[in-house]
Design a protein around this ligand. Structure first.
Ligand SMILES: *[C@@H]1O[C@H](CO)[C@@H](O)[C@H](O)[C@H]1NC(C)=O
Ligand SMILES: *[C@@H]1O[C@H](CO)[C@@H](O)[C@H](O)[C@H]1NC(C)=O
Ligand SMILES: *[C@@H]1O[C@H](CO)[C@@H](O)[C@H](O)[C@H]1NC(C)=O
Ligand SMILES: *[C@@H]1O[C@H](CO)[C@@H](O)[C@H](O)[C@H]1NC(C)=O
Ligand SMILES: *[C@@H]1O[C@H](CO)[C@@H](O)[C@H](O)[C@H]1NC(C)=O
Ligand SMILES: CC(=O)N[C@H]1CO[C@H](CO)[C@@H](O)[C@@H]1O
Ligand SMILES: [Zn+2]
Length: 452
């Protein structure tokens, strides 16, 4: 259903963009396809990755690590406060800002949210949707011709692009064992020989670096999900750069890789944010099927009945089995968020594997290199599965320097992420233009947390 609506929308969007005249013209250094060329993030060149990481993707079928995580510490002093909108005045963020061609960033207004934390759509021309604002219209095809379409599904019917947002899931109490925190889900995936795409919150990786190193060693793909999880259209240009910069930086320092992929929290992206992301090396990945698992009861969750979420999974399975789900494969939104989402993910994966070809998003999109580091080549559907030799070094990372702090204690500040209530509301979905149904934008203002 949803996929078809998005496809239909793409057609509408193509017609509308032909009429746009007020948008910046394409110039600069386009690739042969007309898409603005990207370069690897030079402003991260001074970041020294921690030791102990794998240097390539594990071979197909090879055993991957599981069980207890190594004790890994990272100096938090070099990073902004977890779960706060990061400052923009550091040398690194300023360098990233300076590297962007701002003539290629559409002047979409910075959006606001109301007292409930819901995005406000006041003043936005919902019908023309001039900035391809997903929250308004589920638009996935930018109005400017120098940005690529978002990735939002798997092209081949029967493919299930598996993705989990908001990780790595930290223990409820920093440093204390927690059944549902990582490596719980990663171990489960390993036991079921399943790879997936993970969209990491920078703040969560800062406070739990060992989980990120495990994910990479397990052959999971790591992408960016911002530093403090705001609706990105509410961020100024400089704040958006800072959200990407700090997340990319902590991922590179912890794991050694620099992702070329990101997913906007709540799907909240427009061409202004897409252009900033793209120029920082990041392709936007949305989804076409949403489990709404984040809204089940659990830490940071809501009150959606797990039975309802079960019903979504069963419906997708039924539709595939009865032949009606035959137009495309899907990218499905799930979360590492809490006990409820992880347990739901584990409950359904074995059944999904018997019905769908369950793969990471890049695999179904035939994108073999999701990072700027070319040593990592993942399997795709049009290439022999990579069998690069890996170093599979599982040694604990280099000993912390004297400047390092124990992240377990440093992460106390992030507890707000798990304790704040999520306000929720229904976003205005361009009434009359596109029947996408009501969808919920859980919002947080002033420290409250969004959960999508
Ligand atoms: C950035 O601004 C904050 C105040 O907003 C200030 O405390 C800090 O020292 C500044 N940092 C740099 C590197 O200028
Ligand atoms: C998750 O924890 C909440 C309490 O925070 C509890 O109500 C819920 O039943 C738990 N769900 C699962 C699947 O363990
Ligand atoms: C196929 O399954 C879907 C999901 O349960 C259902 O909505 C649809 O009516 C079914 N179609 C047929 C032809 O059985
Ligand atoms: C795809 O499913 C539709 C029903 O939803 C059916 O009419 C059509 O024949 C199917 N196409 C194929 C190729 O199976
Ligand atoms: C990936 O390659 C396979 C096999 O060649 C093909 O069927 C599929 O359409 C390709 N997908 C994309 C997104 O190019
Ligand atoms: C060419 C090839 O063998 N491709 C396979 C790679 O692995 C995936 C599963 O992860 C298979 O679906 C592909 O057929
Ligand atoms: Zn999220």
């Amino acid at each position: 259903m949803f996929a078809k609506q998005i496809l239909a929308l793409s057609t509408i969007v193509a017609m509308v963009s032909a009429q746009s005249s007020s948008l910046p013209a394409s110039s600069g250094t386009p690739t042969s396809s007309g898409v603005l060329a990207q370069t690897s993030p030079a402003w991260l060149s001074t970041v020294t990755p921690m030791a102990g990481n794998v240097l390539a993707v594990p071979s197909a079928g090879a055993a991957v690590p599981s069980g207890a995580l190594a004790a890994v510490t990272l100096s938090a002093t070099d990073y902004p406060t977890p779960w706060e909108v990061p400052p923009t005045n550091s040398t690194g963020v300023q360098a990233a800002i300076a590297a962007i061609d701002w003539t290629k960033v559409p002047a979409a207004p910075v959006r606001t949210a109301n007292a409930n934390g819901d995005l406000t759509f006041t003043g936005y021309d919902a019908n023309a949707d001039p900035y391809c604002w997903w929250s308004d219209s589920n638009c996935v095809k930018p109005k400017v011709d120098y940005l690529p379409s978002d990735i939002y599904n798997c092209p081949n019917p029967g493919d299930w692009g598996l993705s989990y947002d908001d990780g790595p899931l930290n223990p409820d109490t920093p440093g204390k064992a927690d059944q549902w925190a990582e490596p719980q889900l990663y171990d489960f995936l390993a036991a079921h020989n399943q790879k997936a795409t993970l969209f990491y919150i920078g703040s969560n990786l800062l406070t739990f670096p060992a989980a990120g190193q495990r994910a990479l060693a397990d052959g999971l793909t790591i992408c960016v999900h911002t530093w403090s999880h705001p609706p990105m259209t509410t961020q100024t240009n400089d704040q958006a750069v800072a959200q990407f910069y700090w997340t990319l930086r902590v991922i590179k320092e912890v794991t050694g890789v620099t992702p070329k992929c990101w997913r906007p929290p709540y799907g909240d992206v427009d061409d202004r944010i897409r252009s900033i992301a793209w120029q920082m090396g990041l392709r936007t990945i949305i989804w076409d099927e949403d489990t709404n698992d984040w809204n089940m009861p659990g830490t940071g969750g809501g009150n959606l009945s797990p039975n309802t979420v079960d019903g979504y999974f069963q419906g997708w399975i039924d539709a595939r089995k009865n032949g009606t789900d035959n137009v495309s494969g899907h990218v499905v939104l799930e979360h590492e968020l809490n006990n409820a989402t992880v347990s739901m993910a584990e409950k359904w994966l074995p059944t999904l594997q018997t019905t769908f070809n369950v793969v990471p998003v890049h695999e179904c999109q035939n994108i073999s290199q999701p990072y700027w580091e070319t040593g990592f080549t993942y399997p795709t559907e049009n290439a022999a599965n990579a069998t690069t030799t890996t170093s599979m070094s599982l040694a604990p990372s280099a000993a912390p320097t004297s400047a390092s702090v124990d992240v377990a204690s440093a992460s106390a500040a992030s507890a707000g992420a798990d304790s704040s209530a999520a306000a929720s509301g229904t976003a205005n979905s361009a009434a009359g233009k596109l029947a996408v149904g009501a969808f919920t934008v859980a919002a947080v203002i002033a420290g409250a947390m969004f959960n999508l």
